[in-house]
Design a binder for this molecule. Structure first.
Ligand code: CAA
Length: 258
C-alpha cells in the first residue's frame, strides 16, 4: 500500500517504519496512526519480516497527537469515535518484536507510541514527556498507565502533573529505555538489535514477547506458570533441537521457524 505520512523499507528481514510528517514534528494525526497500524500489520503478515523498527526524524520521534486536528473536537465526538483506542489495540496485537528508535522529542502520544513498542533504544538527544496537562487534557494512549509501570509512580506523577520532559540519561536511569547511544549511532544500534532478533527462531521470539507482556497482565504465580508452560511447549519445536545441537556442536544455529 502507498503511504503518505510514513516511509516503509524492508531489508534483511527487518521492516523499518519511519514516521514522516517533518513539518509537524511527526504529530500523530488520524492518517498517520492509520497508516502506521496498517504498515505494522503488513509487516506482521510478511514472511520476509522478522523484526520491526519504528523511528522518526533526528529532531522528533513524534511530538504527540496532532493538536491542530484535535482542538475543535467535542467530547461527544471523541467519545463516540473512541479516539485513539484502535491505535493501542492494533499495536498490542502485533506479534513480531517492535523496537522504537527514538531521537529528539517523544512527547504525549509520541512517548506513548514508543512505550507501546517492545523496547526503546534512544539517542542522547531524546526527550520524553507527557505534557498533555498543559493542553487541559491528560494522556490518552498509555501515558498514565505504561509510563507508571516503566518508571514508577513518583516520576510518572511528576511528568503527568508538571508536563516536564525527561532527557535520555534520566530515561535510561529510570528504566524507560533499554539503551542510550550517541545520536549518530542510533539507527545502526537499532537495526543491529533488530538483526540480532531476526536471526533467532521466530517461534521463540514471539513466545518471549508474549511471556514478558504477560507479566503486565497477571500475578507472579500465574505469570511464572504461563512462562514455564510456554518454555515446555518450545521443546516440541525443531528449532529447540537445532538451537541446542548447534550449541553442542559449536556452530551457528540455522533456525527454520518450525
Ligand atoms: N500537534 C500538531 N502540530 C505540532 C505538534 C503537535 N503535537 N507539535 C509540534 N507541532 C507543529 C508546530 O505547530 C509547528 O508547526 P507550524 O510551523 O505550522 O507552527 C511545527 O510542528 C514545529 O513545532 P515548533 O515550532 O513548536 O517547534 P519547537 O522546536 O519550537 O518546539 C516542541 C518543539 C517542544 C515539541 C513543541 O512543538 C511542542 O510543545 N509540541 C507539542 C507537544 C505536546 O503537547 N504534545 C502532546 C499532544 S496531546 C497528546 O499527545 C494526547 C495523547 O496522549 C493521545
Amino acid at each position: 500500500m502507498a503511504f503518505e505520512t510514513i516511509i516503509v523499507d524492508v531489508e534483511d528481514h527487518v521492516a523499518l517504519i519511519k514516521l514522516n510528517r517533518p513539518d509537524a514534528l511527526n504529530a500523530l494525526n488520524q492518517q498517520l496512526v492509520g497508516e502506521l497500524c496498517t504498515a505494522l500489520e503488513e509487516a506482521d503478515a510478511n514472511d520476509k519480516v522478522r523484526c520491526i523498527v519504528v523511528t522518526g526524524s533526528e529532531k522528533a520521534f513524534a511530538a504527540g497527537a496532532d493538536i491542530k486536528e484535535m482542538s475543535s473536537m467535542t467530547y461527544a465526538e471523541v467519545n463516540a469515535t473512541n479516539l485513539f483506542a484502535s491505535v493501542n489495540d492494533r499495536i498490542v496485537a502485533i506479534r513480531k518484536p517492535i523496537i522504537a528508535a527514538v531521537s529528539g522529542y517523544a512527547l504525549g502520544g509520541g512517548c506513548e507510541l514508543a512505550m507501546a513498542c517492545d523496547f526503546i533504544i534512544a539517542s542522547d538527544t531524546a526527550k520524553f514527556g507527557q505534557p498533555e496537562v498543559n493542553l487541559g487534557v491528560i494522556a490518552g494512549i498509555g501515558g498514565s498507565q505504561r509510563l507508571t509501570r516503566f518508571v514508577g509512580k513518583s516520576k510518572a506523577m511528576d511528568m503527568n502533573l508538571t508536563g516536564r520532559f525527561m532527557d535520555a540519561e534520566e530515561a535510561e536511569r529510570s528504566g524507560l529505555i533499554s539503551r542510550m547511544v550517541p545520536a549518530k549511532k542510533l539507527m545502526d544500534e537499532a537495526m543491529g538489535a533488530a538483526q540480532k532478533i531476526a536471526e533467532k527462531s521466530m517461534i521463540a521470539t514471539r513466545a518471549a514477547k508474549e511471556a514478558v507482556n504477560r507479566s503486565y497482565e497477571t500475578t507472579l504465580t500465574e505469570g511464572l506458570l504461563f512462562e514455564r508452560r510456554v518454555f515446555h511447549a518450545l521443546f516440541a519445536t525443531e528449532d529447540q533441537k537445532e538451537g541446542m545441537n548447534a550449541f553442542m556442536e559449536k556452530r551457528q544455529a540455522q533456525f527454520r521457524d518450525r
